[in-house]
Design a protein around this ligand. Structure first.
Ligand SMILES: *[C@@H]1O[C@H](CO)[C@@H](O)[C@H](O)[C@H]1NC(C)=O
Ligand SMILES: *[C@@H]1O[C@H](CO)[C@@H](O)[C@H](O)[C@H]1NC(C)=O
Ligand SMILES: *[C@@H]1O[C@H](CO)[C@@H](O)[C@H](O)[C@H]1NC(C)=O
Length: 316
């Protein structure tokens, strides 16, 4: 049967389409501050980077131009940090950081009039399970000895570990950054960021199935269900055979005849300008029909169809 092969053909087509799109996602170009997993999830935190304003440029109304400020709560200081970018704030030279490295400090706190870096810039976003992690290392030296210089080898330096969580709250606007804690040596600082940007998103360049394709697939499935369900019904409930197994066969046949009539009328009205007689006769026959829908008695074929239609109406 013709229609048993139609769905399988469509499925093969879909499979080929999906195969092509998975092949395309295997090739990854990872931008800084974005991460793509092997399973196809993609995260982009670049919107959370606060960038310094260009000279003379005024900020937009909704532009955030200040770093992320994080309250220390029980700690005697607050923190300032930026995501995947150096802090925008103009800071004093941090303890134990050479002045050329100062412009790449991404997180710091101020205590007793001193500035402590808790990490240099990194855009190396790492995905651990479903958790996004960003780590800044090479901050000010840990411990009390603040006289050490940053070129000394083998000393421990302050670092920050920032984990990002997807904010599912639809009303949430700005990301919120929270200080979680530090180790007993005050060497490693932990922050949590709750943000919409940390939610899984589609990779911009190579989208798998767009909305139009989804609609097309739904449409194809709807038509398939209509035809297969209709054929099943006509075969097993109405015991139809041959072309009559098609759902609403008489309706489709009616539409077919209607189009045929329209074509005949159109061609015959064109043919009127030709010096033949055929066009006129076709037109007059069409005009005779009660509805112009194939009941106008054109030849034995149409008579048969009319009888069949009547039969069907009787059966119903
Ligand atoms: C930290 O920030 C809070 C408000 O965000 C402020 O009330 C507090 O005084 C700040 N603490 C320090 C040590 O600056
Ligand atoms: C600051 O960070 C940028 C971007 O990672 C890097 O290219 C540059 O070399 C860094 N500067 C210093 C002084 O480390
Ligand atoms: C980024 O982080 C991963 C995992 O922590 C590490 O293997 C990789 O070397 C890092 N890349 C850079 C450029 O720092």
């Amino acid at each position: 049967m013709l229609f048993s092969s139609l769905p399988s053909a469509l499925l093969i087509g879909l499979a080929i389409h999906c195969g092509v799109s998975t092949a395309a996602t295997e090739e990854k170009i990872v931008e800084p501050c974005t991460v793509a997993s092997s399973t196809g999830s993609f995260y982009d935190l670049r919107k959370m980077s606060i960038l310094p304003l260009k000279d003379g440029k005024k900020p937009g109304k909704n532009d955030k131009i200040d770093d992320w400020h994080v309250r220390g709560y029980d700690f005697p200081y607050n923190f300032t940090l930026n995501i995947c970018a150096p802090v925008v704030a103009d800071i004093d030279k941090p303890v134990g950081i050479s002045s050329n490295l100062k412009k790449n400090v991404s997180a710091f706190y101020e205590h007793n009039d001193k500035t402590y870096s808790i990490g240099q810039l990194s855009s190396n976003l790492t995905l651990r399970g479903r958790r996004l992690v960003l780590q800044y290392t090479n901050g000010s030296p840990c411990g009390d000895n603040t006289k050490r210089d940053d070129d000394k080898k083998g000393e421990r330096r302050k670092s920050s570990l920032i984990s990002f969580h997807c904010d599912k709250d639809p009303l949430a606007t700005a990301p919120s950054v929270t200080f979680v804690g530090t180790d007993p040596d005050h060497c490693s600082y932990h922050f949590e960021v709750l943000s919409k940007d940390a939610c899984i998103s589609a990779e911009p360049a190579k989208q798998g199935v767009g909305p139009a394709a989804v609609f097309a697939i739904i449409g194809v499935i709807a038509i398939l269900v209509y035809f297969l369900g209709g054929v099943f019904y006509q075969r097993n409930v109405a015991h139809a055979r041959g072309w009559r197994q098609l759902p609403n066969y008489s309706m489709w046949a009616g539409i077919g005849n209607f189009i045929k009539d329209i074509l005949i009328i159109a061609t015959s009205s064109c043919a009127r300008f030709l010096p033949t007689h055929r066009g006129y006769s076709a037109l007059s026959i069409s005009a005779n029909g009660p509805s112009g829908r194939g009941r106008n008695g054109r030849g034995p074929e149409d008579e048969n169809r009319l009888i069949d239609q009547l039969d069907e109406e009787w059966d119903d």
